[in-house]
Every structure is written in C-alpha cells, then in structure tokens.
Design a protein around this ligand. Sequence first.
Ligand code: FE2
Ligand code: FE2
Length: 334
Amino acid sequence: MSTTSIHSDVSHLDDERAGQERFDQIIAEDSRIEPRDWMPEGYRKTLVRQISQHAHSEIIGMQPEANWITRAPSLKRKMILMAKVQDEAGHGLYLYSAAETLGTSRDKMVQDLLDGKAKYSSIFNYPTLTWADVGAIGWLVDGAAIQNQVPLCRASYAPYGRAMVRVCKEESFHQRQGWEILYELSNGTPEQKAMAQDAVNRFYGPALQMFGPPDDDSPNSKQSMAWNIKRHSNDELRQRFVDMIVPQAEALGLTLPDPDLKWNEERGHYDFGELDWDEFMSVIKGNGPCNVQRLQHRREAHENGAWVREAAAAYAEKQARRNQDAADRHLIGA
Ligand SMILES: [Fe+2]
Ligand SMILES: [Fe+2]
C-alpha cells in the first residue's frame, strides 16, 4: 500500500468519526438531518425502506377507492372521491421525492414494487365490496394513517418530516369525508345502516393492524425510535387510535366488532381484544384477497403510462435544448 492511500484511508476514517459525532449530536439535540449531512448507512437504508414503502402504499391505496369512482352515489360524492384519490397520488409523489434525496432513484423503487420485492400497507389487499367501504376506508384507514403520520412530521430526516406536514393536512380531510359517508348511511334506511356496519366490521381489524405487529415482535422499532424517526411504539399508536375511534363510533351509531372492547378505569384507556396476527402475516406474504390483483393492475397502469413518461422526457429534453440555444445566442449577442 502506498503512503498516499494510507493517508487517504486515515483521513476517510477521521471523516467518518467526525460525521458520526455530528450525527449523534443532531439526534441528541432532536434537530434534523438534511440530505447532504453525513448519516450512518443503517439510518439511510431504514429511511429508504420506510419512505418507499409509504410511497407504494399511497399509490396502491388509490385502487380500492378508485374502484368506486364510477359508481359514487352522486356527482358531489364522485368529485370528492376523485379529489381524495388524486391526493393519494400526490402523497406518493412527495414521498418518492423525499426517498430520492437519500440516493435511490424513483425508477429503482417503482421497479421493486412492480417486481413484488417491495412491501406496501397490507390493508390495501382487501376488497371494497360496497359504497360504505369508501366511508370505512376514509374513517378507519385514513384515521390510522393520521395517527401514524402526525408524529412523523417531527421525524429526524427533514425531507420526510416536511412531506408529512402537507400529507397530514390532506389526511384529516380524508378522514372527515369517510366519517361523513358513514354518518349519512348510518342515519339512512335500515339497509344503508347495515351496509355501514358491515363495512366497519370488515375494516376494523385490518385498520388496527396498520400500526404493525405488537412491540415485542417489532425488532426494528427500537432503533427507529433511537434515531428519532419513530416517536411512539406500534402498541402505543394502536392504543391511541382505539381511544380516538370508540367515541366516534358511538357518535356514528355503529358498533366496533370487538366483544373485549371496554373502558379500563385504572389504565385510563380502552382495553381491546387480540388481533388475528396469523391473517396479517398471511396477507403480508401475498395471500390476501387482492394482492395479485393490486400488483397486476399497477403493472398494467405502468405499461399503459409508458408513452406519457416518454413524452414528458422528450419534452423536457426539447425545453433544455431550447434554453441552451437561447443562452448560447445571448452569449454570442453579448
Ligand atoms: Fe395519503
Ligand atoms: Fe388519505
């Protein structure tokens, strides 16, 4: 080994050490890491995984609701639902952009999704059988998303936190529109009320599972909390969610499908029954009712959209060339 390369190795180690110290200090002060800051490889990988999974969930999550756009019961409902589904596309795009600042290209992330290598929230592998499901998704699924995402606005990785601020504002509109759909149905005909109840029965358990496995089975959570990415444990968030929706269900006049659900005076929280974690694992592994359909649909949409991506790239290239020509002319003219 030459002396130069020994020197460069030593200075590289010094840089690493200084970087780690600076990183630890930023985390200890609860400040934020920006893309150009040094960060441990594990932190970068965890964020790419989490943010890209989050982006994929937003994109795949458009499907169950888009399924009802053409059959929304009124023009007003159709407009609201279209706006909501479009918001989810926007969330996916901010999140892909946030993940790209960590050095992974959007093409690679999208390809991993299409190849079935990347995960997304397993709730979207359930079908939307009736119009009331659109209400249940808004109320329970977007509601759980808010519970998860509000603390992420303070995530230590700044681009992720910034994306979450805007996403959360839109999610609260989503939750209210879902609640309002269920409220109307619950106060409608007996058939409509039964439809609302059936939707809540099917989405309640999977919505509670959106917070992830119980803390004891969630080995990565501790590290994410130490890095100030995650602020509360899965079980803590799940408890908060249950405490929030019980009075909301009462106001709706609907029942949450859990016989063990009751107020615990001592804890100051609602107790609730064990969730079906075998089902959860099976859906994650690809065996949910709609896993195959969701990916198939996404692949087709990706292929059908190829000409749009090509046209956008050609247009961007033409614009860049024109700008360059104009700049050259300006230089010559000057
Ligand atoms: Fe969203
Ligand atoms: Fe949403």
